[in-house]
Design a protein. Sequence first.
Length: 318
Amino acid sequence: MRGHGFSSGPTLGRVAHGFSKVDAGPHGARREFGVEPRFLRRPLFSLPFAAMASTRRRQTRPGPGAAAAREHAIDAMSRARHRRDVTQVSRCVNSGSRDALVLQHDARARQHRTATLVGHQQEVCGLSWSADGATLASGGNENYLCLWDAARSGQAQPGECAPRAIMRQHQAAVKALSWCPMHRNLLASGGGTADRSIKFWNAHTGAMLHSVDTGSQVCALLWSRHHKEIVSSHGFSQNQLCLWRYPSMTKLCELTGHTARVLHLAQSPDGETVVSAAADETLRFWSIFGGGPTSAARRKGRMRDMRLSSVGGEMSIR
């Protein structure tokens, strides 16, 4: 360093060895010729040569836990590979159609189809990814609920992949699917007109945990982000929304206003408002999750109606 009169060497070393130049200490303090820092007069520690040699021998000799350490390293590599596969899949888009196939697409690539998921026998009605991106749930018109592993579908490129599990307990088409944000492996599914039930599943084991008869076709499901509650939307005959408390499945309120089956539900970023889209060409905003658990607004389900004009795509709020 030219400013200190030297071309190389650490500053602390120059000061400690008493060079004839004035130099800066480790914290910027200037020290004169021959003044050795007090904290460097003695070594920090000393170790006999024999002890150093025995330490080297102990380090090179494989201990009884070496096999376990190797297994742990292999397990860590497997987990890293699994995370990489899940990350690759999380950047993809899945689609289902009447051809009974679930296709996986990478919109950034020219050859966008990366995998074909084969397991349904009829039209695919619903798709939903778990929050961690590890499992895809799909519902079909043949009453199947299929679970697919992200890592397996990522490794199947560009071939076909089979489902990890198929649940056949529904008695009608499965369109409504929703993953619980509070429990990683908790999945809710809803059946059609001949089924009318909401079923809860342990996605890890494939076991059905609970089933409740709603009395009408279940079109969509949506979990609350802040409460242990779930909203269901229905078709014939009342086209209503129902708010349920989980796990008791006590019906907290029933909201009406749509004149046709309620096909879709979405939640606001703050988790307080739910918007429903129905076949009557209206969007309705419900203050279901806002406020406290006994709030009058939550019980009445305050609603704002946004009607979509069928001509010109105009919107008006009333």
